[in-house]
Design a protein around this ligand. Structure first.
Ligand code: MG
Length: 438
């Protein structure tokens, strides 16, 4: 059986890995699993190949008897939310998230806004391998219906927040799908909004789609020149957010995780879910605010699964994928921007001042090349367990040793012959020392 799904749906270069034939088969397989009278809501990001893939998935679905709601150009969190709102059996999003424009992919969502689990994805792979597709008779094929979901999403968010301040904000959608939602949403408040790269652009000609520090120089400069309070940037499908403070400095994802976790805990006590590689600053913030930290495997899908299982109140990853399960189980960069504005207003402090409250840690990362990942991991594992002063060993994903104010983690890559070591401590010297010991 050929493996098609990776850590975040099916993804690859268009017409090489992701062909229209494959997209059609995904539609056929998904339709075969679902009841023939069900509906699937299909949405797409801005990429030049997205409409073609959407058409191929749709033709597959309809020929099995399943009908399609076309949400059009939407961010991933809006599509996931619409699956619930429209009572669709599944949401299918055509996107390659933050990848370069030649990439594309398909990601599937359940009607409760959670991503398809690996077991559900395997079922689709099995049907594609066996080619046992259900073909409806001509009288029973599915139909296409256009649906507008953006207004419903905006009104839902507006109902969940309360912002009065007239902050000056710079928004950088990177030419991605946030362009069709975020400016519209933010204009509902008395905010003074400056938009950059907020026109859908399937080639991401303004800046690379990944909102990492080195890609956000225009945002940094604009925040400073406009004297803005904060700057937001999204990736291509807007499930992620990056932030620059009022001085134009990039705010690390770990700091955002810690700030948002503390903020959510002020309203409701409960569990906060993060992957094993999140900074200890998040744990400190959670404990300080009366919450409980739960660690999972690396990947926002695992964070969402755990949030659902343990009924957590907030979770996320340092890449800027934050999940507010009270609203949705899909990481939502747009909702995160609204939460951060709310946080600024409630705390009545500048974002750079708030970041200063987050306990500082130094994090070091190293990659080790090896020929035999299993053997090397066994060796490293032994070393980690033998370290002096270990308080807790966690083996959810790789192996992690926790000390009173530091930790070290070793994880084998799933795709390459490498092992990634992360060490974090209160100062650079201790972090270096931990790394050296391994
Ligand atoms: Mg994304």
């Amino acid at each position: 059986m050929k493996k098609l799904f990776g850590t975040s749906g099916i993804r690859g270069i268009f017409n090489r890995d992701i062909t229209l034939g494959l997209a059609h088969e995904v539609g056929l397989a998904l339709g075969t699993i679902l009841n023939e009278r069900s509906n699937v809501v299909v949405g797409r990001d801005v990429r030049t190949s997205s409409i073609a893939i959407e058409n191929a998935v749709t033709s597959g679905l309809e020929s099995t008897g399943v009908s399609v709601f076309h949400a059009g150009l939407v961010p991933t969190p809006v599509l996931a939310y619409s699956a619930r709102f429209l009572k669709a059996s599944t949401g299918a999003m055509i996107t390659a998230s933050h990848n370069p424009p030649e990439y594309n992919g398909i990601k599937l969502w359940n009607s409760d806004t959670s991503a398809y689990t690996s077991a559900q994805e395997k079922e689709i792979e099995k049907i594609i391998s066996s080619e046992k597709f259900r073909r409806a008779s001509w009288a029973d094929i599915g139909h296409s219906n256009e649906v507008g979901v953006i207004e419903s999403y905006i009104s839902k968010i507006l109902g969940a927040v309360n912002i009065k301040n007239n902050y000056r904000i710079v928004l950088d959608c990177g030419g991605g799908a946030a362009s069709v939602v975020s400016p519209k949403l933010l204009r509902n408040f008395s905010i003074k909004l400056h938009e950059i790269f907020c026109i859908p652009d399937g080639t991401f000609s303004g800046r690379p789609s990944e909102p990492k520090k080195e890609n956000l120089s225009v945002l940094s400069r604009t925040v400073k020149s406009k004297n803005a309070s904060i700057g937001f940037a999204h990736d291509g499908d807007a499930d992620r957010i990056s932030v620059v403070d009022e001085t134009g400095n990039f705010v690390s994802g770990d700091n955002l995780l810690a700030l948002l976790a503390a903020y959510e805990l002020k309203h409701k006590k409960g569990k906060v879910v993060v992957p094993v590689d999140a900074s200890k600053a998040v744990e400190d913030a959670v404990k300080l605010n009366g919450g409980e930290l739960v660690q999972t495997k690396v990947g926002d899908v695992h964070v969402a699964e755990e949030l659902k299982k343990c009924n957590g109140i907030f979770g996320g990853e340092a890449c800027g994928a934050f999940i507010f399960p009270g609203e949705t189980l899909c990481p939502d960069g747009i909702l995160s921007s609204i939460k951060l504005i709310e946080l600024l207003e409630k705390e009545d402090k500048k974002i750079s001042e708030l970041v200063k409250f987050v306990p500082p840690y130094c994090t070091l990362r190293k990659t080790i090349k090896c020929t035999d990942r299993k053997k090397t991991m066994q060796k490293i594992s032994k070393k980690i367990k033998a370290l002096r002063g270990v308080e807790k060993i966690i083996s959810i994903d790789g192996i992690k040793a926790e000390f009173s104010d530091s930790w070290v983690l070793a994880r084998a890559s799933g795709t390459e012959p490498i092992i990634r070591i992360t060490a974090e401590a209160k100062n650079m010297k201790d972090a270096k020392e931990l790394l050296r010991k391994i």
